[in-house]
Every structure is written in structure tokens, then in C-alpha cells.
Write a protein that binds this ligand. Structure first.
Ligand code: C2E
Ligand code: MG
Ligand code: MG
Length: 559
């Protein structure tokens, strides 16, 4: 045990030396200082396990003696020594963080050694608790609390240091998917591996913290100029280029990073974090695996989005949503054999908001659940109304987002919509996204139930996601809808022709029908016919129409 004794009374020093020799024998190394200044120097040199501190010294007195020592070496346990009539001061020192106190003249060797040992143990426990309170126990990185504290301290020094300071918030892309498919244990190991790799990208003095889930923060506290920040951020993005090896499997994961800079983007902890968060959100919107610097424009976009979100919450009850219908035709005859229901939002002040703008918001906020349910009901009711009006019987297709699949009751909700409208299931089709195919068994079960009910299923925007063919085989779908992006320059772009040809061949062998989306020209249609594509949909035939116009198109029968 390495003990530092700070005591000016030589009699006491001698006495304590004797007691320590008696209680600890050779198992103790004692350094003695008679002044606080000497004691602090000795602590600075390191190697001390515990301090025995007299509170009344030539260069310091009272509880102040303790406070100074503690500030100097906050991690070292201190036992204070007080005179008989100073016990109150000693107790005060304990309240301020001393591990114990001893009263001179009432000590024996046993009591002394025990106090020292307990002090060391108590301090160790205290340090451990402090660590736990400030760190994330999965990765051992600082947590949000410690990160905010460090940022706060750095900000208080920043104005006179003339250095740039950057806050990076980063979030793993599609981490939930990894957790869901590979399990939480693998997810946890991945987070640990990410934590380690982030640490390797940074210099001493920078902080990496885990804020929770798959969200990390990085503080670059000492940058010479703002121009250095993108270099570091780029390095981090590149570090994700190599796979992470978890339990002998390689996992590729990317990250989206938002950056805010002091002082331009904020002068306090809260603002800098909020703005980095807004920038990160933007990076996600822009397709992930990239970084964005905060800017006033991004801020405006975030505010607008928030306003839109608030309005979207009320859109349903205020009847601002409606459905348009776009005919689908048989390419050989141009007869209408179906309609796709497409959601429209007429905002009271902004007018028509495109689905590409509000559907992602609905998905992120969960509003897609009530809205999706409304679409199902409205589409079924409309189809029934057309049938009752004596129009040709067709199938109406409804887009279903992945999020709707995650609610377990989807099959039940579909059944309810059909019942309510008294529509036969064969007149309803659900359009699923390719991303659904990455999901596991539960999805297939739900699809089987829907199929069993007699509902048609198609995969929308086929070719834009990455479907595994083996999955496709297990998915009980009836139809592939080739994404409209492949129609672009179809008559000249050989890659697109090759893809469309391959998808049609694939559908043939799997006994699926194929529909080409976004057909805009006669040339495209002729080419698709030549490739024996079954169905088409697009501006060439008809734009999405409000219900009354759609009914008129339907009564004409072909386009
Ligand atoms: P989608 O399901 O692929 O729908 C086809 C989109 O292509 C529609 O855009 C349609 O207006 C457009 N389109 C049709 N023919 C042509 C053409 O010849 N050329 C071009 N350039 N575009 C064409 P819209 O109505 O803006 O819908 C966009 C997306 O919003 C839809 O893509 C669908 O993913 C989503 N969406 C629409 N309604 C709903 C809904 O009720 N629920 C869900 N979850 N998503 C919906
Ligand atoms: Mg669709
Ligand atoms: Mg589509």
C-alpha cells in the first residue's frame, strides 16, 4: 500500500509510522510531507494509493485543506486526521468527499489500517459507480451525460482558444434490419465493433459517445479550421467501407452523419446537438451513407417537414385525403383490366402535396397505419360502387407500405375492409414493396393468409430494391410491376432493355404476370408487346384520374 502522509507534527508522524509498521509490516510504502504544497507535488507524481491528511498544516487549514487535495487528485481516497476538538470539520470533509476521518490520540494500529483499507475500497466502488453513470455499458463509451458535459466544458473554453469545434451525430443505416434478421446478440456485437472502429478514426482528445440504440456522437474539440472537419467525416464514412466481422460473419453497414460547427451553427450544447440531429436527418433523407453539414436551409426544410407532419395528423379527420385511380391495361388489347388507387392530399393552404413528399412522413410517424386503413376501405368501397353502377368488373390495387405489414393484424384489417364494402376478395390486389422480401417468416405467413383469402398480390417497383431470387420463389405473389425507371429511353438504352427482358423472362418461368409501369410512348409500348409483357400502366394510356373520370374511362372499356 503506497501511503502519503501529510502532517506537520513530527510526534504524530512518528506515531503513525510506528502504527503502520505494526499493522502492515513491510507491506507498506510511506511518503511523508509536512506541507500541503509538498503533498500536492507528491500526488502529482503519481503512485499513491491513499492519503492520510492532517487538516491543520502550515500552508493550509480547515476543510479547505481537504478540498484542495481532493481537487488535485479526485480519484485518490483521502482519510483526514483531525484533532479532538475539530471533529466537526472532519465530518464536513467527509460530507465533501473524504472517505473517512480519524481523531488523533484515539487511533490504534488496527483502526488506522482498517480505515485505510476501507477508504481504498470505498473509493474504488465510488469510481466504478461514477464510471457506470457516465458510460454506456455495452461499448464502454461515454454516454450522453458525459458527452454533454465534455461539450459544455469545451464550449466554455472555446471563445478564447480560437479553435473550431464540431459535433457529429451518426446513426447506423437500417440497423433495425440487422437486429431483426441476425438477432440482438449479433446487433450488440456489431455496435461494439462500430464503437471500436470509430475510436480508431479519431485523435486523443476527441470524444466518441454512444447516445443510445445505434446512435453515436463524436466531438471534435480542437480543430484548427472548419475545413478540416469534412476530412475527418470522410474518413469515418470510409471506415465503414470494410465489413465488420461479428461471430465469423461479415456484416456491411453504413452510417449517416450530421455535423454542426461552433460557433456558426450554435454556441451552446443544446443548439449544437439539435442542429447536428437535423443535419443527420437530412443525410438519411438523401439516401443514407453520407454526411450533411447543418445549414439554415436544412433547418427551414426540417421546420417545414414538422409543419407538414402536424397538418398530416389532421388530414384524415378533415377529409383532405382522396384517391385517384390509374387504369392498367392489357397490352395486347388495351382493355382496362384494373385500376391502381393512388393517394392524394389536398392541403388547405398549400394545395396538392405530392405522395413522394407526404408518404415518407406518414411512414416515419406511423400515420401510414390509419391512413393506409382508410385507403383500403375507400378503394374497396369505390370498386363496389362501380360494380353496382353496372361498370365492367375490374380489380383495384392498393399500395401497402412495409410498415403496415409490421402490424400483425394486416390480414384482419383487409378482411374488414372487404366485408364492410361487401366486395369479393378477387377484386382487390395489394401492391407490396420489394424491401418486404428482406423480412423473414412472419411476412410469408401473412402473405399466405392473404393469398388464401383470394386476394391478388403484386410486387411494386420491381428492380429497384435488391430482391433475392430465392425469396421471390417463396413469396406467393401473382404479379411483378417493373419499375418505371426502366422505361426511360427503353428504345435506346440497352441496359434497360436487357433488364426488362430478363424480368419478363423471370416472370414467365415463375408463372407470374408482368406489368410495365410508366409507359409513356408508343415506341415503349410496341417494344414491351414484342417482349410479351402482359400489362401496362402509364401516361400513354391514362393519367391517374379522380373517381368520376375513372368511371368514364372504365365505361369506355379500352384506352
Ligand atoms: P407507385 O405505386 O409506383 O405508383 C405509380 C406512380 O407513378 C404514381 O405516382 C403515378 O402517378 C406515376 N405514374 C403513372 N404513370 C406514369 C408515367 O407514365 N410516367 C411517370 N413519370 N409516372 C407515372 P404517384 O401517384 O405520385 O405515387 C407515387 C408513389 O406514392 C406510388 O408509387 C406509391 O409508392 C406511393 N403511394 C401512392 N398512394 C399510396 C397509398 O395509398 N399507400 C402507400 N403506402 N403508398 C402510396
Ligand atoms: Mg404502386
Ligand atoms: Mg410503382
Amino acid at each position: 500500500m503506497n501511503i502519503l502522509l501529510v502532517e506537520d507534527n513530527e510526534d504524530h508522524v512518528r506515531l503513525i509510522k510506528r502504527m503502520l509498521a505494526e499493522g502492515l509490516g513491510g507491506a507498506c510504502d510511506l511518503k511523508c510531507e509536512s506541507r500541503l504544497s509538498g503533498g500536492l507535488q507528491c500526488l502529482a507524481a503519481g503512485g499513491i494509493d491513499v492519503v492520510l491528511l492532517d487538516l491543520t498544516l502550515p500552508d493550509a487549514g480547515g476543510v479547505d485543506t481537504f478540498v484542495k487535495t481532493h481537487q488535485h487528485a479526485p480519484a485518490i481516497p483521502i482519510v483526514v486526521l483531525s484533532a479532538n476538538d475539530d471533529e466537526a470539520i472532519a465530518i464536513n470533509a467527509v460530507q465533501q468527499g473524504a472517505q473517512d476521518y480519524l481523531i488523533k490520540g484515539r487511533i490504534d494500529s488496527h483502526l488506522l489500517v482498517r480505515a485505510l483499507r476501507y477508504a481504498i475500497e470505498r473509493k474504488r466502488l465510488e469510481q466504478r459507480l461514477l464510471f457506470l453513470a457516465n458510460h454506456d455499458n455495452l461499448t464502454n463509451l461515454p454516454n450522453r451525460l458525459l458527452m454533454a458535459d465534455r461539450l459544455h466544458q469545451a464550449l466554455s473554453r472555446a471563445p478564447w482558444r480560437k479553435r473550431t469545434l464540431a459535433v457529429l451525430l451518426l446513426d447506423l443505416d437500417h440497423f433495425k434490419r440487422i437486429n431483426d434478421t441476425l438477432g440482438h446478440t449479433v446487433g450488440d456485437h456489431l455496435l461494439q465493433a462500430v464503437a471500436k472502429r470509430l475510436g480508431e478514426c479519431l485523435r486523443d482528445g476527441d470524444t466518441v459517445a454512444r447516445l443510445g440504440g445505434d446512435e453515436f456522437a463524436i466531438l471534435l474539440l480542437d480543430m484548427a479550421s472548419a475545413q478540416d472537419v469534412p476530412v475527418v467525416v470522410q474518413k469515418i464514412l470510409e471506415a465503414f467501407g470494410k465489413p465488420f466481422v461479428v461471430k465469423e460473419q461479415e456484416i456491411f453497414v453504413t452510417t449517416s452523419i450530421g455535423v454542426s460547427l461552433y460557433p456558426n451553427d450554435g454556441k451552446d450544447t443544446e443548439t449544437l446537438l439539435k442542429h447536428a440531429d437535423i443535419a443527420m436527418y437530412r443525410a438519411k433523407e438523401l439516401g443514407r451513407n453520407n454526411y450533411q453539414l447543418f445549414s439554415p436551409e436544412i433547418n427551414v426544410m426540417a421546420l417545414e417537414r414538422l409543419a407538414l407532419e402536424t397538418d398530416l395528423r389532421r388530414a384524415l379527420e378533415r377529409n383532405e385525403l382522396s384517391l385517384h385511380y390509374q387504369p392498367r391495361v392489357d397490352l395486347a388489347t388495351r382493355r382496362i383490366n384494373g385500376m391502381e388507387a393512388l393517394l392524394r392530399w389536398h392541403h388547405p393552404t398549400r394545395g396538392a402535396i405530392p405522395p413522394g413528399t407526404f408518404i415518407p412522413i406518414a411512414e416515419q410517424t406511423g400515420l401510414i397505419l390509419p391512413i393506409g386503413q382508410w385507403v383500403l376501405r375507400a378503394a374497396c368501397a369505390q370498386n363496389k360502387a362501380w360494380q353496382e353502377a353496372g361498370l365492367p368488373q375490374i380489380r383495384v390495387s392498393v399500395n401497402v407500405s412495409t410498415r403496415q405489414f409490421h402490424q400483425q393484424r394486416l390480414a384482419q384489417l383487409v378482411a374488414d375492409a372487404l366485408n364492410q364494402a361487401r366486395l369479393e376478395p378477387r377484386f382487390l390486389e395489394l401492391e407490396l414493396t420489394e424491401s418486404l422480401m428482406e423480412e423473414a417468416e412472419e411476412t410469408i405467413k401473412t402473405l399466405r393468409v392473404l393469398k388464401f383469402m383470394g386476394i391478388e398480390l403484386s410486387i411494386d417497383d420491381f428492380g429497384t430494391g435488391y430482391s433475392s431470387l430465392s425469396y421471390l420463389k417463396r413469396f406467393p405473389v401473382d404479379r411483378l410491376k417493373i419499375d418505371q425507371s426502366f422505361m426511360r429511353d427503353l428504345t435506346t438504352d440497352r441496359d434497360n432493355v436487357a433488364i426488362v427482358t430478363a424480368v419478363i423472362a423471370l416472370a414467365r418461368t415463375m408463372n407470374l404476370t408482368v406489368l410495365a409501369e410508366g409507359v409513356e410512348t408508343d415506341e415503349q409500348m410496341e417494344l414491351l408487346r414484342g417482349l410479351r409483357c402482359d400489362e401496362g400502366q402509364g401516361y400513354l394510356f391514362c393519367r391517374p384520374l379522380p373517381p368520376d373520370e375513372a368511371a368514364r374511362a372504365l365505361s369506355r372499356g379500352s384506352l
